[in-house]
Design a protein around this ligand. Structure first.
Ligand SMILES: CSC[C@H]1O[C@@H](n2cnc3c(O)ncnc32)[C@H](O)[C@@H]1O
Ligand SMILES: [Zn+2]
Length: 432
């Protein structure tokens, strides 16, 4: 790929370091080669130059938990608690989704995420070859898993076969943009012996895992009744923590659970908006961070959020926990921003590659309009990004050096046809 020189009006490297005046980045097809202050003065030697003096460059945001194709189910079931929402509304609709629906729903999610500055996301869903194809075509990065449940022998066998075939076809595909993980849905949908089998599979394939854990009070109460232990202790005893694990939610945790997560280096995806909307509760984020747990931010699916905007999650994480602790220093803006970038990279086990604008790291860059009211005036860039900015301030996105969102439009796919087909698919779903 041709070398790119991107000149901007300001640049955030990470939550602590930024250049508040003109700056430039030089990158090739994969990595950042140079970052400097001012304008680029050396000869271009065939490189393309993009000049954006009215843009702020930040690291691409990383969404650590979601179900991408659930964009098709946005608004199909609101104002319900988790278990009723899943059993009464979501599962019956998901049974009707076709492979094409997964492709279109995932591409719609990619559009929504790119438009709100996200470059990398995780996905746990079904018919995942089609989700992978959508991610490959969108130009984004993702860590995908085939969501696996173990209600029947047939389910279990299929889950293992699906994960094997997904890993074979897509792990490290598209120059490493796609990563695969093993995806047991939750301890309440995967019996203990099946969780053990999936942990062995992850070890054999050398893949990480993602799983929903301790999301609702009902889940924890049922775990205590059934196994006499919390969901965290249950999955630990099933050997899950022998591989790197990204646990979504972790809302209802005992102090012992927090120690188990920390001791086993389990990363956590915090989904404040989805947890509030499904009335699941508020995760003990400050306690988890104090214990040394890596916590990233996630939107969860568009049917429980109901959007995929990481700016909203940053702002919510930075305000919600102040509200319940009565302490204004809880989760400062810099922590919320790190959760959406650097910590997110750690949650995806790509801590040396993503999450920071730095030489040697991936050229995954989001540009915001510096002339936006939300960036005016600037005392502290990170404060504006977390407390004032929103998806509408995003103009351009680069992933692996490629300009995948230009002036708000995806460069790799036709959004009109995706929107049209998404509407058609939704209108054909039967809602009882
Ligand atoms: C088996 S594929 C993944 C599965 O997860 C469901 N899902 C979506 N949001 C949540 C959530 O917050 N908790 C648990 N499960 C969730 C989704 O509908 C798919 O069926
Ligand atoms: Zn989820």
């Amino acid at each position: 790929m041709t070398k790119t020189i991107l000149e901007v009006g300001a640049l955030v490297k990470n939550a602590q370091e930024w250049i508040s005046g003109p700056a430039y980045l030089v990158f090739d097809g994969q990595q950042i080669e140079e970052i400097g202050e001012g304008t680029y003065k050396k000869p271009l030697l065939g490189a393309r130059k993009i000049v954006r003096p009215h843009s702020l460059a930040i690291p691409g945001l990383i969404n650590t938990h979601g179900h991408a194709a659930m964009t098709l189910l946005r608004g199909a079931g609101d104002d319900m608690p988790l278990m009723d929402w899943l059993n009464q509304r979501i599962f019956p609709l998901e049974e009707q989704l076709t492979e094409r629906a997964i492709y279109i729903g995932t591409l719609l999610a990619c559009y929504e995420m790119l438009k709100s500055g996200t470059t990398t996301f995780t996905d746990m869903y079904m018919m995942m070859h089609h989700a992978a194809e959508a991610v490959a075509n969108s130009g984004m990065r993702a860590m995908l898993s085939w969501g696996t449940v173990g209600f029947t022998d047939e389910n279990r066998k299929r889950g293992i076969e699906n994960t094997r075939s997904l890993a074979k076809a897509w792990h490290n595909a598209e120059n490493g943009r796609l990563q695969i993980s093993v995806g047991p849905h939750a301890p309440y949908t995967c019996p203990a012996d099946y969780l053990r089998e999936l942990a062995k599979l992850a070890e054999e394939l050398q893949l990480p895992m993602q799983i929903h854990l301790s999301e609702s009070q009902t889940e924890v109460e049922q775990a205590l009744q059934t196994w006499g232990k919390t969901p965290i202790a249950q999955v630990r005893d099933c050997g899950l923590f022998s591989v790197p694990v990204l646990a979504a939610h972790c809302v209802h945790l005992t102090d012992e659970d927090i120690s188990i997560l920390a001791e086993n280096s389990v990363c956590v995806a915090h989904n404040p908006q989805s947890n509030l909307k499904l009335a699941s509760g508020i995760a003990p984020l400050p306690k988890m961070l104090d214990a040394g747990i890596t916590v990233g931010l996630g939107t969860d699916g568009a049917a429980s959020n109901n959007n995929l905007d990481m700016f909203e999650e940053m702002r919510l994480a930075a305000t919600l926990h102040k509200g319940i602790s009565y302490e204004a220093t809880t989760i400062p803006a810099a922590t919320a921003f790190a959760m959406a970038t650097e910590y997110g990279a750690r949650c995806l086990f790509q801590e040396n590659k993503l999450g920071i604008l730095e030489v040697g790291r991936a050229a995954d860059i989001t540009l915001l309009n510096l002339d936006s009211p939300h960036l005016t005036p600037i005392y502290d860039l990170i404060s504006n990004l977390v407390y004032a900015c929103g998806a509408d301030d995003v103009t351009d996105v680069f992933v692996a050096g490629e300009h995948v969102l230009a002036d708000g439009k995806p460069t790799r796919f036709d959004i009109e046809s995706v929107l049209h087909e998404a509407r058609q698919i939704a209108s054909n779903l039967s809602r009882k």
